[in-house]
Design a binder for this molecule. Structure first.
Ligand code: GAR
Length: 204
């Protein structure tokens, strides 16, 4: 049976969506020992590890220790779900083609933080979220699936974030499921899907 490991840093609502979708989650790991998501994972019988990055002298040492825990589960897929640490090139290369991320914007627009505030400041009329394969460039990498929503005249960063999050919880399990079913591969930095899928549609 193919399996996945999820990396979180906080609330873990995307992790919950992946678990609720019935995906085979071998373990959840957080760089933040107080991440709320760890308790949810444990309550659902999923091994949950905290590995505090503050306890390591540098990024490389932390990434090596993180990879050691991940690899002890031999997962087919590693999913970043609100994992707010930049990962070293060595780490990313080690998981090339099986490391995915969810980001709260329609990439390549608004990489980085505060995506909803920036979308409102720029006056965009369409916003959304993206699941992509991870490369060493932050919030870049081949796009797997996106969901778009209209920006409403009275939106605040909070209302926009809430509607985008609903879409995140829909498309992240979809992408992970494609991968674990062998219907999604990264080839020469292009995403190939082996099925008729809805990844090209704009959904809201
Ligand atoms: C989500 O909105 C996710 O897209 C975002 O952090 C939030 C985590 O929420 N990730 C990034 O910004 C990564 N660049 P969650 O812990 O409830 O899943």
């Amino acid at each position: 049976m193919k399996s996945m490991v999820i990396l979180i840093s906080g609330r873990g609502s995307n992790m919950q969506a992946l678990l609720k979708a019935g995906l085979p989650v071998a373990a959840v790991i957080s760089n933040n020992p107080t991440a709320e998501g760890l308790a949810f994972a444990r309550e659902h019988g999923i091994p949950a590890h905290a590995i505090d990055h503050h306890a390591f002298p540098d990024r490389k040492t932390f990434d090596n220790a993180l990879a050691e825990i991940i690899d002890s589960y031999q997962p087919h897929l590693v999913a970043l779900a609100g994992f707010m640490r930049i990962l070293s090139e060595t780490f990313v290369d080690h998981y090339q083609g099986r490391l995915i991320n969810i980001h709260p914007s329609l990439l390549p627009a608004f990489p980085g933080l505060d995506t909803h505030t920036r979308a409102l400041q720029e006056g965009v009329k369409i916003h959304g979220c993206t699941v992509h394969f991870v490369t060493s460039q932050l919030d870049h990498g081949p796009i797997i699936i996106q969901a778009a929503i209209p920006v409403l005249a009275d939106d605040t960063p909070a209302t926009l974030a809430a509607r985008v999050l609903t879409q995140e919880h829909r498309i992240y399990p979809q992408a992970a499921n494609w991968f674990l079913q062998g219907q999604l591969t990264l080839t020469e930095n292009h995403v190939e899907t082996g099925m008729a899928c809805d990844s090209q549609k704009v959904l809201y």
